[in-house]
Design a protein. Structure first.
Length: 200
């Protein structure tokens, strides 16, 4: 079972298979792993202790960051994620990032951004589209048409608690004009935009 795996000079943490979305461009639909990793499908969700033990096997002092990003949505296990982040902050000086679909508030039924304060250095939110309808077509979120606004609200709330907030769109599913509009949305929120390559 792959709990942690390397990407470039970071260590990624694979918390769960669970996700409220079924994005049309998701890597999960193309195979069992990414970046040469073994299968990222989990037989079961690892405990906090197992995650910390797996992280200990890496020379974290030589790495650029720890990233919560696997084959599921990491904020599905927000409390456990934060417990691992708390352990990392107590033992290492490595930056911590969450790659998320931004639907944490809908998953948990509350404003979750304040919980990230002091524990998470960067939040990367998948913007994906510039309006609710296009977003729902791409993400197929189980929460429906309100998902887009909830994602934007989460990203904006994060700017008050997390040093760096980034929003991403995928190059192959957005036109240059859509990317320009995405940049305007990010500017309103106070987030940076990253146009990321499709990795099929």
């Amino acid at each position: 079972m792959t709990i942690t795996y390397p990407v470039r000079n970071g260590v990624y943490v694979n918390l769960t298979n669970r996700c409220p979305c079924a994005c049309t461009f998701c890597l999960r639909q193309n195979g069992p792993g990414v970046y040469g990793s073994d299968s990222l499908w989990l037989d079961r969700e690892p405990t906090v202790e197992e995650i910390c033990e797996s992280l200990k096997t890496w020379d974290l002092d030589s790495k650029d960051e720890v990233v919560f990003c696997g084959y599921g949505e990491p904020t599905e296990r927000l409390d456990d994620l934060l417990a691992v982040a708390r352990w990392l902050k107590a033992n290492y000086s490595i930056p911590i990032r969450i790659n998320t679909n931004g639907l944490s508030d809908l998953i948990h039924g509350e404003d979750t951004a304040p919980k990230l304060k002091g524990l998470i250095d960067t939040v990367s939110v998948s913007l994906n589209a510039n309006n609710p309808e296009a977003y729902l077509r791409l993400t197929r979120s189980k929460f429906g048409i309100g998902s887009w606004q909830a994602m934007l609200d989460f990203a904006q709330h994060c700017t008050a608690y997390v040093p760096k907030v980034v929003m991403t769109v995928v190059d192959q599913v957005t036109s240059p004009a859509e990317q320009e509009e995405a940049a305007r949305i990010c500017a309103r929120i106070g987030a940076a935009l990253r146009v990321r390559p499709f990795e099929g």
